[in-house]
Design a binder for this molecule. Structure first.
Ligand code: NAD
Length: 246
């Protein structure tokens, strides 16, 4: 509970995992900026945080659009202060057999899931470098370990994000800014419920006999965002209930 009013941007926090992360970081005393294209969901997350006594703003921002990212960052700085924590969580996860993937859909998936975090990091890193302290946590996916049927576009984008996290961690290792990642396993969110999977039956095949919760992911993110994790960079906390190891 030690974030001491630092400003945290959580993308895609209008739903699912992002909402869980935003609520948890607010409990840890961060001021939260929710950036999402889902304005209704973002407002609801902000309401939940404020109702619990925290501070949150909800901004309508397409996190694959450079101008929108810049505008959201400027508004966040004006209303809350310099950005200290970035959680790149916004993402899409289409299911499409490989030969049916339209080039535009491949590009869109990469634009949101990989190019977005690249643009976001470039936008907010100067705040962190100026402070000599920062945390970037990227939400990747256990599908990079396992592959995922009909998700070549998605798994490619998340694999790229894993590589980007490690390369950034190395380049900025001496700056006070850490870059880490949390690859979720199967987490109960609207995204999972819209996938072509019988979630409750599938849960029984998992080692823990349950899918994960947004709070499970949020706990790993909260640790990586904390002061205590200052000697950890370029690392992965796999949060998948023991389905994939190593
Ligand atoms: P979700 O669909 O419930 O929420 C995703 C949020 O991202 C939504 O609010 C959506 O509006 C937002 N978003 C999408 N495109 C955006 C854009 N261009 N700009 C801003 N916001 C945008 O999904 P979730 O299950 O909470 O997933 C969150 C992250 O976790 C994603 O990156 C996803 O790939 C990853 N993940 C989820 C699971 C799972 O089982 N749920 C597993 C592995 C990885």
């Amino acid at each position: 509970r030690s974030l001491n009013g630092k400003v945290a941007v959580v993308t895609g926090a209008g739903s699912g995992i992002g909402r869980g992360i935003a609520i948890r970081l607010a409990e840890d005393t961060a001021k939260i900026a929710i950036w999402d294209i889902n304005a209704v969901g973002a407002a609801e997350t902000a309401r939940l945080i404020e109702e619990a006594g925290g501070t949150a703003i909800a901004l309508d921002a397409d996190c694959s659009d450079k101008a929108a990212i810049h505008a959201a960052a400027e508004e966040t700085r004006t209303r809350l202060g310099p950005i200290a924590i970035l959680v790149n969580n916004a993402g899409i996860a289409p299911f499409t057999p490989f030969m049916d993937i339209e080039d535009d859909l491949f590009d869109k998936t990469v634009h949101i899931n990989l190019r977005g975090p690249y643009l976001l990091t470039k936008e907010v890193l100067p705040d962190m470098l100026a402070a000599g302290w920062g945390r970037v946590v990227n939400i990747t996916s256990s599908s990079v370990q396992s592959g995922s049927f009909a998700q070549v576009h998605y798994v490619s984008s998340k694999g790229g994000l894993m590589g980007m996290t490690k390369a950034l961690a190395l380049e900025f290792a001496a700056s006070g800014v850490t870059f880490n990642m949390v690859p979720p396993g199967f987490i109960d969110t609207p995204m999972l419920r819209s996938a072509p999977i019988d979630v409750d039956a599938f849960a029984q095949t998992l080692p823990m006999k349950r899918v994960g919760t947004p709070e499970d992911i949020a706990a790993a993110v909260a640790y990586l965002a904390s002061e205590e994790a200052s000697y950890i960079t370029g690392q992965t906390i796999s949060t998948n209930g023991g389905r994939y190891m190593g």
